[in-house]
Design a protein around this ligand. Structure first.
Ligand SMILES: CC(C)(COP(=O)(O)OP(=O)(O)OC[C@H]1O[C@@H](n2cnc3c(N)ncnc32)[C@H](O)[C@@H]1OP(=O)(O)O)[C@@H](O)C(=O)NCCC(=O)NCCS
Length: 203
């Protein structure tokens, strides 16, 4: 995820300084960009580089929320960077909050609202009037029907389809290639065609 997001950000003409990571085994350089330290290093960097914004390129939805919390604690006036591919089609007015990463081939219907730090992978279609809340991820090729609602920190697997008007709760996982035609309560894994509840989401 990190590498794909960095290459997307580069193709969006972003001026990228380097990357932060807590993992001490992280390579000192990825694709020519230098490793600059752990997450909290952002504070020092933002003092040195006015206007610097972090792009939270973390795949797991809860981990993305945690990283956001740490960045915010260290930098109260935090403003997130976004990376949105130029091929993304917006059919009428829609709202995309800060920190979103949107890969090529995505179609966003009129009236859609994407929350903070939402990741939309390649070739996803989001129907008119749908809402995808903060820190959620939609896998490649998924289809979100119109007027659907996806809760915070939820993961929708690749190729899944969410029927129109359906509400998926917060902190859920929807299995790859599933078809969701009933509302899914908070914290559940649902999968299959049609999708059924498989139990609490396991991390
Ligand atoms: C949903 C998923 C995360 C489940 O992983 P898990 O927590 O390890 O769960 P398990 O493999 O133990 O499966 C739990 C149950 O769900 C079923 N299941 C899991 N994924 C399924 C799917 N995609 N379709 C249908 N059933 C599925 C399993 O058969 C099992 O059913 P059972 O309890 O009746 O036997 C995983 O299967 C998946 O679909 N990942 C998405 C991958 C993806 O989209 N990646 C893109 C990254 S951008």
């Amino acid at each position: 995820m990190g590498r794909c997001a960095m290459s997307l950000a580069s193709s969006c003409q972003a001026n990228i300084l380097g990357f932060l990571d807590d993992n001490l085994l992280t390579p000192k350089e990825i694709d020519g960009l230098p490793y600059m330290g752990p997450i909290e290093e952002f504070r020092q960097l933002s003092v040195k580089h006015a206007g610097l914004r972090p792009l939270i390129a973390v795949g797991d939805t809860r981990s993305r929320l945690l990283v956001f919390g740490r960045l915010l604690a260290a930098t109260p006036d935090l403003q997130l960077a976004s990376a949105i591919d130029t091929s993304v089609t917006r059919v009428g007015p829609s709202h995309v909050d800060s920190g979103c990463i949107i890969f090529p081939g995505v179609v966003i219907g009129a009236g859609v609202r994407l929350g903070r730090s939402v990741v939309i992978n390649a070739n996803v279609t989001i129907g008119a009037g749908s809402v995808i809340k903060d820190f959620s991820t939609v896998g490649p090729g998924a289809n979100i029907g119109s007027e659907a609602a996806i809760g915070r920190c939820t993961f929708v697997g690749m190729g899944a389809a969410i029927a129109q008007g359906i509400a998926v709760g917060e902190d859920c996982t929807i299995g790859a290639l599933s078809f969701v035609r009933q509302n899914i309560p908070d914290g559940y894994l649902a999968a299959g065609i049609p999708a059924v509840l498989k139990g609490p989401r396991i991390r």
